[in-house]
Every structure is written in structure tokens, then in C-alpha cells.
Design a protein around this ligand. Structure first.
Ligand SMILES: Cc1cc2nc3c(=O)[nH]c(=O)nc-3n(C[C@H](O)[C@H](O)[C@H](O)COP(=O)(O)O)c2cc1C
Length: 197
């Protein structure tokens, strides 16, 4: 079991930021296994533990998936219209042949579900957050890659990655040694709709 003496929980929560630039050091299997153990400590509805994991450390494979994900997103009229209207920067990035949606990170961890169900996605995202906080506590960087979800759920890629037919790729998370300390995050204060004393 991991002992996290480096950062307490709140410090990890406040220090975690999306990291989009990595040095090329490969993360050891043992470290990733420890992060997966932290991931599966997440709360899980009905104690279902619906998650399973794919780890990809092959940069060529990641570049291929990146190119296919970009082509897929640019081919989806609805997605393109949305980006045109509200995320023009994302559209420019996706149209750039040099842009790697995985930011050249050496590791992609995909939190998958073995079967679909009402609370399954929530459980998987909670596991993903545990993984990201545990990585932060170890001095590692992470970033969710929503751009990858479509391509990872094509029947072809699911078969390649042994994701069960009835399951899905839910939360793709890149992992690596950050090139530089990410800047402090900004958040609006929480909106409290009502407080019933
Ligand atoms: C569901 C989800 C999908 C995301 N997809 C992407 C993505 O495809 N590419 C990317 O660079 N960042 C992605 N992000 C990261 C967000 O852009 C980032 O969390 C947000 O800007 C807040 O920054 P912070 O994480 O540093 O606080 C995603 C985050 C979430 C929660």
C-alpha cells in the first residue's frame, strides 16, 4: 500500500492541474500499479467496482490514436459546429497535423467500465480523480483527454485494447513527469443555490 507522506490530501487537491507538457522519462510499471491501487479505493455505487484499466506506453500507438481521434472529431458535424461557435482554439488545435491530443505524454491510462450501468461512469470518474490526486502526490502530472473518448470506443480500438463489447472507455488520463510546475489554478467561488439550515 502507498504511504503518501509527500502531500496531504488538501494540498494534492489544490496542486493538481492539467499538465500538457512532459519530459520523456518513462513511468515505471510499479508506480503505475500503485496509482491504479489508489484509483480503485474510490467510492463505488452498490460496491460494484465496475472499473478496469488499459495502460498504453507505446508512443507510436498513441500518435496513431491521436491522428484518428482528430480526424474523427473533425468529421463530426455537430462537434465541429460546437468548436466553431464556442471553442475556436480547440478547432485550430485539432486541425493542426502536429498536434498530439496526448501531448506526447509517455503513458495513457484509460479508466474503462466492464459493463455499462446507471452509476458506472460516476464510479469510473471518481477512480480517475483518485488516480490524478495520487499522481500529484507523487510529483507526477496528469490531464483528462476527453478528445480521446470517441476513438477509444470504436469497436476496432476496443477490440485492440481488450475492452469488453458491453463495456466502454470512460476516462482517458495521460500521465508523466511535468516539464515545469503548472501555474496555480483559478476557480470561481462555489455557487450556493440554497442553504437550508
Ligand atoms: C471530462 C474532461 C475532459 C477533458 N478533456 C481534455 C482534452 O481533451 N484535452 C485537454 O487538453 N484537456 C482536457 N481536459 C482538462 C481541462 O481542460 C482542465 O481540467 C480544465 O481546463 C481546468 O484546468 P485544471 O485541470 O488545470 O484545473 C478535460 C477535463 C475533463 C474533466
Amino acid at each position: 500500500m502507498l504511504t503518501y507522506s509527500k502531500l496531504d490530501t488538501l494540498t494534492a487537491i489544490y496542486q493538481r492541474r492539467a499538465v500538457r507538457s512532459y519530459i520523456s522519462d518513462k513511468i515505471e510499471r510499479g508506480t503505475i500499479e500503485q496509482l491504479l491501487h489508489a484509483a480503485v479505493q474510490a467510492p463505488t455505487a452498490l460496491h460494484a467496482e465496475p472499473w478496469a484499466f488499459v495502460v498504453i506506453q507505446d508512443k507510436t500507438r498513441l500518435r496513431q490514436y491521436s491522428s484518428r481521434a482528430k480526424a474523427m472529431l473533425l468529421g463530426q458535424q455537430e462537434a465541429t459546429l460546437h468548436f466553431q461557435k464556442s471553442e475556436p482554439r480547440a478547432l485550430a488545435m485539432l486541425s493542426d497535423p502536429e498536434f498530439n491530443i496526448f501531448y506526447d505524454a509517455g503513458t495513457l491510462v484509460v479508466v474503462c467500465c466492464k459493463a455499462k450501468g446507471p452509476f458506472v461512469e460516476a464510479d469510473c470518474w471518481l477512480a480517475a480523480e483518485n488516480l490524478m490526486l495520487a499522481a500529484t502526490a507523487q510529483g507526477l502530472g496528469t490531464c483528462c483527454i476527453g478528445f480521446a473518448i470517441g476513438i477509444l470506443n470504436t469497436p476496432e480500438v476496443k477490440a485492440e485494447l481488450r475492452i469488453p463489447d458491453g463495456g466502454a472507455a470512460v476516462a482517458p488520463i495521460i500521465l508523466g513527469v511535468p516539464r515545469e510546475a503548472p501555474s496555480a489554478g483559478t476557480r470561481k467561488p462555489p455557487t450556493i443555490l440554497k442553504w437550508v439550515p
